[in-house]
Ligand binder design. Structure first.
Ligand code: AOF
Ligand code: ZN
Length: 347
């Protein structure tokens, strides 16, 4: 069991190379072991491209060893024809006698069928090694498939005295509360999520681009709430440059290549309605970066999984109060002089 854990831990490590690039697929890592030596490794890099097991098998130099080897994989090998053929068939075809799996794939198309197929082929299958860690690795993918909504991260920065924006603003520019390192970290976070969401007032006041210019990686899909069509068309968010979903109340706009308008009724359960539409768009994760009202809406409807809050050194004395979040557990760390507090909303 200890050896199994060691190799599964390596699978997780490999899988993490795909953070931010595998959507809508999960991050998966795989290692192939013969006589307690790793003879092959691989991870899933991008949807549409080979799965982890395929890359691991391809990396083995002496393919005759596969018949005596064990393949470790952080997620149940797939049994279906998706964008790529089933990994189970690959394992069976190469006569790999032992398969050790981290956790069962929650995707309805797989969900135990992979394990069944391997067992029926007479393969030794072990399931549930480092299961919690493998579930946590794909918290976004699991939330999406099991709860039929994206994984939701709330993010804001507040001043030492608890404000997210000062009273008066001279120009349409965000007022930075945190230091440049925290700011870069935020861009890294953006690159890790599939989508980023802000409310109307933030779009108007800050004119944000919501891209990852301080980090390398994919730009998330932008999502903006524009209930009353108040956002001026010259704002970056409406520039049609990055895929952007605009939630509005009345359909007075026409979709453009990268600009998609979604009509919802904002009266009640707004957050619930938004996440339902995002699920239909196959969005598996979203980071919500403000403003106060938008963040509070998701908190009040208890539709969030993580809150990442920066507390800067700045003092505003007055302004927009930070959202109200009642919770007990937290992890604290410091990014230079800024305090970062992370809350998780697990039941
Ligand atoms: C695996 N190994 O590395 C991954 C798996 O459209 P496809 O063919 O890429 O299939 C996507 C689904 O396959 C995805 O939703 C998930 O259920 C599974 N992902 N499975 O055996 C992998 N990435
Ligand atoms: Zn597969």
């Amino acid at each position: 069991m200890k050896t199994h854990k060691k190799y599964l831990a390596r699978c997780i490590e490999l899988a993490k190379n795909g953070l931010g690039t595998t959507y809508p697929n999960p991050m998966v890592g795989s290692v192939i072991v013969y006589k307690d030596q790793i003879i092959g490794e691989g991870w899933h890099q991008k949807a549409g491209e080979p799965h982890a097991e395929v890359n691991a098998v391809n990396s083995v130099k002496d393919k005759s060893l596969l018949q005596k080897a064990t393949i470790y994989v952080s997620l149940e090998p797939c049994s279906h024809f998706g964008k790529t053929p089933p990994c189970c068939d690959l394992i069976i075809r190469n006569k790999i006698p032992n398969v050790v799996i981290g956790t069962v794939d929650p995707n309805e198309k797989v969900a135990g069928n992979g394990i069944k197929k391997l067992l029926e082929a007479g393969i030794n299958v072990t399931v549930g090694v480092l299961e919690n860690e493998c579930n946590a690795l794909n918290k976004r993918f699991f939330t999406f498939h099991q709860q039929k909504r994206p994984y939701i991260i709330l993010k804001w920065a507040e001043s030492q005295d608890g404000f997210i924006a000062p009273m008066k603003r001279k120009e349409q520019k965000p007022v930075w509360i945190t230091n440049p390192y925290s700011r870069q970290l935020v861009h890294k976070w953006r690159s890790e999520e599939q989508a980023i969401l802000v409310g109307t007032q933030t779009a108007i006041d800050d004119n944000p681009k919501l891209d990852v210019r301080d980090w390398s990686g994919n730009n998330p899909v932008r999502i903006v709430l524009d209930k009353d069509n108040r956002i001026p068309t010259d704002r970056f968010l409406l520039d049609n440059q990055i895929k952007t979903i605009v939630f509005c109340q009345a359909d007075t706009n026409t979709n453009r290549e990268n600009l998609i308008f979604e009509v919802i009724d904002f009266k009640q359960n707004t957050a619930r309605k938004i996440v339902k539409v995002l699920f239909q768009h196959q969005i598996q994760s979203v980071i919500i970066e403000g403003g106060r009202q938008t963040l509070q809406t998701f908190i009040d409807e208890n539709l969030w999984d993580e809150a990442r809050i920066f507390k800067g050194k700045t003092i505003f004395k007055n302004g927009t109060k930070a959202p109200y979040l009642q919770t007990n557990t937290n992890q604290k760390q410091f990014i230079l002089e800024d305090e970062l507090i992370i809350f998780t909303n697990h039941d």
